[in-house]
Design a binder for this molecule. Structure first.
Ligand code: PMP
Length: 427
């Protein structure tokens, strides 16, 4: 039994001692004290199906024994800075990670977070091309430091950051975008930005394959290949942010960009890479990596022995338990079931995503696509009462994000959809 402080005591401490900007989900937030696989347990031992943990980093399932063992073993041997001496953990993981990437993407830099990974990617692209201009998508989320907050394009995540050299292209959003699913039409905006807003040369185009924070938006088909050509002609690099879509989550491929038939110049990752352990990475080609030899790039804990031991264990679990295949099977089933709810409830405007990165957008009017913000919060709260935790996102906060650990089962999927169905039927 749990002997720690109760939820209200923790909440009171948070209010007094923690930053007022930290968020918690739900009107009555849950006090989660344990996690196992795709389940979380509160202070009373009540079980919740975790349909959102994937985004908060977990891909193998909470506290996976192999990952825990790797962390514990390495912690008892050595935890130190990455850079001062030789240690095998960072080299072993870099080799294993590089083997998962196509083409010449073979050189790995480790960081502690996705923000840091994207900052480093932007820096390298600028150094390599000698240009400053970066193009990212409206509705993107890439992090919250100076460069990445600029690249992030949703006002709710932005402070008065200096948007130096950042341009935001029209989002190729098949549901809300002006050109529907015509990727090539959206891609023309990138050419326009280059023509009207730059010297004609740019450092990089940066994008997720499926926008996570933005509300599980799949980029319109044909968009990325078209932009890729445009960017190459302008001398720029293509940075793929795989922080949410990577590590087998989309089911069909290990990396999100692979379903768009493009090979990026730089790939960034975080979250799922460490199954909950703070870890991020940037993978690029030897030629691009060379730019960081002009000065010292130093990151005290990026790639430290414990986080890289965790990362290697995660890759092994994904393979051993065939989690990508599971994401495809269970994700396809879950999406079908969610789509059938759309036929039943007018409130559901769109169901989208692939594998185990799925979105359900609620609208009060299907024709006008008016965001159903209140209803979204209400359904989430009610589903929590029924023992299901899902996420929320999108610029209007009206999209459910369903991104469970990749070990999710069809029974879990049924439980999630049944809870959503029951909640919607009561409204
Ligand atoms: N890129 C994407 C696509 C993300 O979703 C996030 C985090 N939500 C980040 C980058 C930043 O990662 P971190 O929070 O680890 O800095």
């Amino acid at each position: 039994p749990y002997a720690g402080p109760a939820a209200d005591e923790i909440l009171a401490k948070r209010r007094e001692y923690l930053s007022p900007s930290i968020l918690h989900m739900y009107k009555n937030p849950v006090n989660i004290v344990e996690g196992k696989k795709q389940y979380l347990f509160d202070e009373n031992g009540r079980r919740y199906v975790d349909a959102f943990g994937g985004i908060a980093t977990v891909c193998c399932g909470h506290c996976h024994p192999d990952v825990v063992e790797a962390i514990v073993n390495q912690t008892t041997k050595l935890q130190h800075s990455t850079v001062l001496y030789l240690n095998h953990a960072i080299a072993d993981f870099a080799q294993a990670l590089a083997s998962k990437l196509p083409g010449d993407l073979k050189v790995v830099f480790f960081t502690n977070s996705g923000t840091e990974a994207n900052e480093l990617a932007i820096l390298m692209a600028r150094m390599y091309t000698g240009c400053h201009d970066i193009i990212s998508l409206r509705n993107a989320y890439h992090g919250n430091a100076a460069g990445t907050m600029g690249a992030t394009a949703q006002s709710i995540w932005k402070f008065n950051v200096v948007q130096s050299g950042i341009h935001h292209a029209v989002n190729p959003d098949p549901y809300r975008g002006i050109f529907g699913s015509d990727g090539e039409k959206y891609a023309r905006d990138v050419q326009d930005i280059i023509n009207f807003g730059t010297s004609g040369h740019v450092a990089a185009f940066m994008s997720e394959a499926i926008q996570g924070v933005g509300g599980i938006v799949e980029l319109a088909p044909g968009y990325l290949p078209a932009v890729y050509n445009t960017i190459k002609k302008a001398g720029g690099l293509f940075i793929a942010d795989e922080v949410q879509a990577g590590f087998g989550r989309t089911g069909s491929h290990f990396w999100g960009f692979e379903s768009h038939n493009v090979v990026p110049d730089i790939v960034t990752m975080a979250k799922g890479i460490g199954n909950g352990f703070p870890l991020g990475a940037v993978v690029t080609t030897p030629e691009i990596a060379e730019v960081l030899t002009h000065r010292n790039y130093f990151n005290t804990f990026g790639g430290n022995p414990v986080s890289t031991a965790a990362g290697l264990a995660v890759l092994k679990v994904i393979e051993k338990e065939q989690l990508q295949k599971n994401a495809l099977e269970v994700g396809t089933y879950l999406k079908e079931r969610l789509t059938s709810l759309k036929d039943k409830y007018e409130l559901i405007g769109d169901v989208r995503g692939r594998g185990l990165i799925l979105g359900v957008e609620l609208v009060t009017d299907r024709e006008l696509k008016i965001p159903a913000k209140e209803e979204t919060l209400h359904v989430m709260d009610q589903m929590k009462e029924l023992g299901v935790l899902i996420g929320k996102g999108g610029y209007y906060g009206n999209v459910f994000r369903i991104t469970p650990p990749l070990c999710f089962t069809k029974e879990d999927a049924d439980f999630v959809v049944d809870a959503m169905d029951l909640t919607l039927s009561r409204m």
